[in-house]
Design a protein around this ligand. Structure first.
Ligand code: 5AD
Ligand code: SF4
Length: 469
């Protein structure tokens, strides 16, 4: 665990007080916390900070809710289905709390930044002790202290989006090889279907020195695969005192000594520049992988989505990337059934997928998010029709993924050996493009890079052999 020293001093005072409170409450046993994370990598990164704070307080972690003294749900609001599932899981805590009245239950993350969710939690789940918004993680010690002191009250802090970035929150990383490093927070894009700008607030970038020093520290500690995170990494640098863009930041990161990979997500096509592609092509450490969500292949729908690029602009970036980086692996996000999307417009999405050939896709059926412009658009397409479009999309992508995987057979790929595979005697590795490769090999290869020859392709992974074996 990294434990940086400049965590806001007044929070340190609360940490000491909570330690005392917990020790008297739980009679010298080490208190246990469940931190359950839903949604995207940003949320997982936030949870590493929540765990860092809890570790400082003296908690250990468990996944068994019945054993926990504190349960925190870090929630996701991106689709209705995700929210419903989370509400269901919060509801299920009622019985655990009945058995163990001392248990503290906290809900944080994107869902809590909606007023309607605060109301629903208060109304339907009165056993929740604490609601904490996305920009209040640094306040967790103080909020926990209040929740413990005032057991009959729900403590709420949300809607506190601030201009500053809390740089020194301790981080508890669950993995010793792979690490996420947020480079920016929030989103200014307001895609018409998306709730993120409303729940995560305006874009703010971390200072380059903070990003670089965190990555240097990670590389020194032996981390090998570092993912830079942001809702729109391509607009990195906006609002910083100095003139720096995302390509400049990547160049600085690439100059760090050591053996490591760096990748990033998510790129927005409207800001993805040719300079960015050139930077990847010329770099030592940046993976040949571009996750570039296109959302729709039809220009009218892209306009309705407020995406600020068209199909032609998207294809020009992708084709430039393919020319400059022939082994580039492309992945993307796509939404089916956006309000008013016709069958012909959906076919444009299919044709773009055929043209680009993504190695894999994150596929979504449009979900209405209250408060977004798209939620007010007329949507006459039936659920059945949307599901049929979704089925066609998955079928097409599955055949393209198969084709791309088969094309890898015979190639030599550099992989990072990540862990033992569930299959006896095998190891699980990942290529720079993020494709899983299973190899035969001894466990001492774990944590190292290796060159492997790809010998076979399965549905979701490749098979390989270490070169020279
Ligand atoms: N409905 C369906 N998919 C959505 N996404 C974002 N908002 C919605 C929504 N309302 C998808 C987009 C985005 C990914 C993270 O989630 O494809 O890129
Ligand atoms: Fe949502 Fe668009 Fe921002 Fe991505 S870029 S988080 S899809 S508003």
């Amino acid at each position: 665990m990294e434990n940086k020293t400049h965590f806001p001093t007044h929070q340190d005072i609360y940490i000491k007080s909570i330690k005392k409170l917990f020790l008297s409450h739980f009679s010298d046993n080490i208190p246990l916390a469940v931190v359950k994370t839903y949604g995207c990598q940003q949320n997982f990164s936030d949870s590493e900070k929540i765990k860092g704070i809890l570790k400082n307080i003296g908690f250990d972690f468990t996944t068994d809710e019945k054993k926990a003294d504190l349960i925190i749900f870090n929630t996701c609001a991106i689709r209705e289905h995700a929210e419903d599932r989370i509400f269901g899981n919060i509801g299920a805590l009622k019985n655990i709390k009945k058995e163990k009245p001392d248990l503290i239950i906290a809900v944080c993350g994107c869902m809590t930044e909606q007023e309607s969710v605060e109301e629903k939690i208060k109304r339907s789940f009165p056993f929740v002790d604490l609601i904490l918004g996305t920009d209040s993680i640094y306040h967790l010690p103080q909020m926990l202290y209040s929740a413990m002191k005032e057991r009959d009250k729900i403590i709420v802090e949300r809607g506190k989006s601030r201009d500053i970035i809390d740089e020194d929150i301790p981080t508890f990383r669950g993995n010793k090889l792979k690490a996420s490093v947020p480079i920016m927070y929030g989103c200014d894009n307001f895609c018409s279907y998306c709730i993120v700008p409303y729940v995560r607030g305006r874009e703010k970038s971390r200072a380059p020195e903070s990003v670089i020093s965190e990555i240097k520290e990670l590389v020194d500690k032996g981390y090998k695969d570092i993912t830079l995170l942001g809702q729109n990494v391509n607009s990195y640098g906006k609002g910083l005192g100095e003139k720096i863009n995302f390509a400049d930041l990547l160049k600085k990161i690439d100059a760090i000594n050591g053996e490591f990979w760096v990748r990033f997500m998510t790129s927005h096509p409207k800001d993805a520049s040719f300079e960015l592609i050139d930077t990847i092509a010329q770099s030592k450490h940046i993976c040949h992988h571009l996750h570039l969500p296109f959302q729709s292949g039809n220009n009218r729908i892209l306009k309705e989505m407020n995406r600020h690029y068209n199909r032609e602009r998207y294809l020009s970036i992708v084709n430039y990337a393919k020319m400059k980086i022939p082994d580039i692996i492309l992945t993307s996000d796509v939404i089916v059934g956006f309000p008013s999307e016709t069958t012909e417009e959906f076919e444009d999405t299919l044709s773009l997928i055929k043209e680009v050939k993504f190695s894999s896709l994150f596929t979504f059926i449009y979900s209405k998010r209250p408060g977004t412009p798209a939620s007010k658009m007329e949507d006459k397409t039936s659920k059945k029709e949307k599901q049929e479009r979704f089925r066609r999309l998955l079928e097409l992508q599955s055949s393209i993924s198969d084709e791309i995987y088969r094309e890898q057979i015979g190639k030599i790929e550099k992989v990072l050996v990540e862990c033992a595979s569930p299959n006896e005697g095998k190891l699980t590795c990942r290529t720079g493009g993020g494709i899983v490769v299973e190899i035969k090999g001894k466990k001492d290869l774990i944590g190292k890079f290796a060159d492997v020859e790809i010998t076979g392709a399965r549905r979701c992974n490749l098979l390989g052999e270490v070169c020279g074996d």
